[in-house]
Design a protein around this ligand. Structure first.
Ligand code: 5GP
Ligand code: SF4
Ligand code: MG
Length: 456
């Protein structure tokens, strides 16, 4: 998911729309905005792409200088409109809107507790659980938010809005991205810095792990709701999720991907004629691989840009069809060549298998698949759609077996060290990364068994 918030600009709702549009890749199932009109919080949301949701919106009807927005990437949770965010709650003490990126591991447990106390929840979203925890103590204040945040376990970036304040909070390990920017006197908060560039805002700083930011007409203040843990930014943000022009935790995504490609070339070089990347997310890594290996980078695969991200498709059948609709080989470039094909990651194996087949049909002489991240062998509990071991090809087969399944001549993954090197240039800035889906070392654990309850 992607979150966006702006404080102190007369075109708040419209700028939120532009910000969300630039973060469309973070979620395509729903989008919404809540604006503070001065007298109330008022929202608009819908299922589908940002453009579709806002097509008939007149921004004159959403006038106000404060707004928060969300793009939704539903995974296992409900896909209904009630789960599209920001969630908006009205009460006698005032309104509250919430936008969340991440996943709470103890949402189910907390939901049981709340229901036991008589709360009636309207959505299957764990964001609503936090809303109840906050509102339980009456007013929406830094204290009530901090208390609520101390009850939840997981990965989260929140923007919370009430009539005269906007809050932003990041989990104590800082697993999900959340940045602060300025547009003139206005404050902007966004999951990705590409949203700042989109609206002409400048990046100011990252929200820190365990930090609670408060923005009001008096300016911005910061407190801490949890001891500051070492930051462990999700490595998959760099590998495939974020946009290449974004800086995630002070590291440019394109630059890190390019370095992943270089590390991959150092680790697993092969005799070949050309390097091709799978558009769009693997182009940067392919350029890095080509540069390091001295082989020419070629545009051997092109993408139909009117097809959405394939992983968003719910069934395997649709996913396979999705790949075919989306990618085509350039025969004149591929034919008779020994091809190094770079992809950023293998999750289920659908993409790689289809592309290898496609390159064979286009006449490739040899196909050497190089993956710019380590094998994904473990589920993610922190908000990325890789929920069960069963669906992860890397959890069930060896590299040799996967090479056979996808039909390549050779297959190699980037090492864990290589990936870390490509992201963490300076430990004082980056501190660390989460690579749990590759290493099995989870930075945040819940007592007892890990629970999967995806909603955002
Ligand atoms: P596969 O077809 O192996 O399941 O998916 C891997 C490819 O899909 C990669 O090219 C990656 O860019 C993209 N991708 C799509 N969805 C996801 C996802 O949820 N996680 C990851 N890591 N990659 C995804
Ligand atoms: Fe990201 Fe993987 Fe960690 Fe999930 S487990 S937060 S996908 S690095
Ligand atoms: Mg890809």
């Amino acid at each position: 998911c992607g979150v966006f918030g702006i404080w102190g600009h007369e075109k708040a709702a419209e700028l939120t729309y532009y910000g969300l549009h630039s973060m469309q890749h973070r979620g395509q199932e729903g989008a919404g905005v809540v604006v503070n009109t001065g007298s109330e919080l008022k929202g608009h949301k819908g299922l589908g792409l940002v453009n579709d949701v806002f097509k008939r919106v007149k921004f004159d009807d959403l006038e106000g200088s404060v707004a928060v927005g969300h793009v939704r990437y539903a995974t296992q949770g409900g896909r209904g409109i009630e789960n599209v965010q920001p969630l908006l709650f009205q009460s006698q003490t005032g309104g509250m809107a919430l936008a969340h990126n991440g996943n709470l591991m103890n949402a189910h447990e907390l939901r049981g507790e709340l229901e036991g106390e008589g709360s009636i929840l309207q959505t299957s979203s764990d964001t609503e659980v936090l809303a109840h925890l906050i509102k339980r103590s009456g007013e929406v204040t830094e204290d009530s938010i901090a208390r609520a945040l101390n009850r939840v376990v997981g990965a989260y970036a929140y923007i919370i809005l009430q009539e005269d304040k906007m809050f932003a909070a990041l989990d104590p390990s800082g697993i999900r991205p959340l940045s602060i920017g300025r547009l003139g006197d206005a404050y902007v908060i966004a999951s990705e810095t590409c949203a700042f560039d989109q609206i002409g805002a400048t990046f100011e700083r990252e929200v820190l792990p365990g930090e609670l930011i408060t923005i009001s007409d008096e300016g911005m203040t910061s407190t801490r709701f949890a001891p500051r843990d070492k930051r462990r930014m999700c490595a998959m943000e760099y590998v495939y999720l974020s946009r290449p022009d974004s800086d995630v935790n002070y590291v440019n995504v394109h630059a890190s991907r390019k370095q992943m490609g270089k590390e991959l070339a150092k680790e697993s070089s092969v005799d070949a004629d050309i390097v091709v990347g799978v558009p769009d997310s693997s182009i940067s890594a392919a350029i890095g691989y080509a540069e390091e290996s001295g082989l020419p980078y070629e545009m051997g695969i092109i993408k139909n840009r009117y097809v959405g991200r394939t992983f968003i498709q719910p069934s395997q059948e649709l996913r396979e069809l999705g790949v075919k609709m989306k990618l085509s080989p350039v025969r004149s470039i591929i034919e008779g060549k020994r091809v190094v094909m770079i992809d950023d990651s293998i999750v289920r194996g659908t993409t790689s298998r289809r592309i290898v087949q496609m390159l064979r049909e286009a006449g490739a002489k040899e196909i050497h698949v190089r993956i710019a991240s380590p094998a994904i062998q473990n589920p993610c509990y922190y908000g990325i759609d890789m929920s069960t071991k069963k669906e992860l090809i890397g959890a069930n087969y060896s590299v040799d077996e996967i090479n056979g399944i996808i039909g390549s001549d050779t297959l190699a993954y980037l090492s864990e060290k290589g990936l870390e090197k490509a992201i963490v240039k300076d430990k004082t800035i980056n501190q660390g990364v989460c690579m749990a889906c590759m290493t099995g070392k989870y930075p945040v654990k819940q007592d007892g068994e890990l629970e999967i309850h995806y909603t955002s």
